[in-house]
Design a protein around this ligand. Sequence first.
Ligand code: GUN
Length: 292
Amino acid sequence: MELLNGSLISNTIKTELQAKVNDRKAKGLKVPHLAAIIVGDDGASKTYVQSKVKSCLDLGYESTLIELSENTTQDELLNKINQLNNDPLIDGYIVQLPLPRHIDETAVLLAVDPAKDVDGFHPENVGRMALGLPAYLPATPSGIVELLSRYNIETAGKKCVILGRSHIVGMPMSLLMQRNHPFGNCTVTVVHSKSQNVIEECQKADILIAAIGKPYFVTSEMVKEGAVVIDVGITRVADSTKKSGFKLAGDVDFEHVAQKTSYITPVPGGVGPMTIASLLMNTMQAVEIKNN
Ligand code: GUN
């Protein structure tokens, strides 16, 4: 078994991006500027957004964090989005999900300028991805493909089982793993809440990607000997031995599953850092496309 070390690969990518930033500075070009909007006080979401902003600053990107209160109206949020769309200094931005219940997520995602949609959530980018056209790819699935590519893991012709069909991970992941690409070309099965024979489906997977947000859902009996296991889950579970009172749990029972796998991602330090690296790559792409 070999660990897929997302922290290490993410640091390598950050070093590559930092060199690009320095190069742009030396040429008098604009450095990338990422903005992030967060609505409400969800602790985990705040932590994620803050680490995105911090990573930007570490690399020499510019970064703006817009924190809006839980009772922000949909119109207020749409106004903020409109401002970002029209701000020439902002190359790309994200609206952290989930949003409070009173806000229509689809209306918000539709309002984002597809050219600044570095999360790749706008229907135009989702459609372009599905058709294999140039697009911003969503950060978590493209980070996983990047991780597979950096470890040179063969995917062509393999059976890939994806647990979960969320718009953020499962659905785009299924498109990326089946596309005609050096780290695609899988036969993909998406397992979801209405699926039957979940255990048997997982047992057939050469590559198993768990993205359902249920701690320790994937047990040893569900994993084929030698499989590649990617754990997207990152749920806070109570842990009185920790100062914070919680620890981060993946969707995979790592302790019992790891020994059966050829490669596996840890939680934390696997997919999470790759998501941030992808977002930073997309933001670099945004500034490079504008060619200024
Ligand atoms: N919530 C969980 N993952 C993500 C992500 O990749 N982007 C945004 N905007 N929100 C998220």
